[in-house]
Ligand binder design. Structure first.
Ligand code: FE
Length: 175
């Protein structure tokens, strides 16, 4: 009876979990400010911080970071996307809203949109949960390229090898 809060905390669950349960992912410091190697460069001024690459359900969860403004991509998704803005701001040219720190968005399958980060945004960080693929489009909506979870794994694996973290470093993010 020394601490009221302690009294309210139950014992940890002592039972079993399914034997075929896969392991969780816990990342203490997703921003990795002390280790830039965790940020996978995708193009000039643009990085991706892997959080979860799900190869059985075909989705990936990551942080997108953009330094300096500009056009990122015009694309569509065959499956839904969830996004949450952590820092900075960005918008789709096709919408009248601006995604800012604290904004959440659901992107419906099928929509084509053009992502730009405004010039006055020093640094943008957004968490995206992408399912299926990103299909890059020209201005007429024709698909001109694509990326999926397997492409993302390959790019990240090559990067981690290059910066000395090894070819197995990527495995901790794959489920
Ligand atoms: Fe999108």
């Amino acid at each position: 009876m020394t601490n009221k809060i302690q009294n309210l905390i139950p014992k940890p669950y002592q039972g079993t979990n399914p034997s075929n349960k896969i392991s969780d992912i816990f990342i203490q410091d997703s921003f990795s400010k002390d280790d830039d190697r965790l940020w996978v460069p995708l193009s000039s001024g643009r990085w991706s911080r892997p959080l979860c690459y799900n190869i059985s359900q075909g989705y990936w969860v990551h942080l997108t970071k953009v330094i300096g403004g500009g056009f990122l991509s015009r694309h569509k998704h065959p499956a839904p996307v969830h996004g949450f803005v952590i820092k900075g701001s960005w918008r789709y040219l096709e919408h009248d809203w601006v995604a800012k720190e604290g904004s959440y968005l659901f992107e419906p399958p099928g929509e084509i949109h053009t992502l730009v980060v405004d010039e006055n945004c020093d640094e943008m960080i957004t968490l995206f949960h992408n399912t299926g693929a990103l299909l890059y489009c020209d201005e007429n909506g024709n698909t001109i390229g694509s990326t999926d979870v397997f492409d993302r794994i390959e790019v990240a694996r090559n990067h981690f090898i290059e910066v000395g973290l090894g070819e197995n470093f990527i495995d901790q993010f794959i489920r």
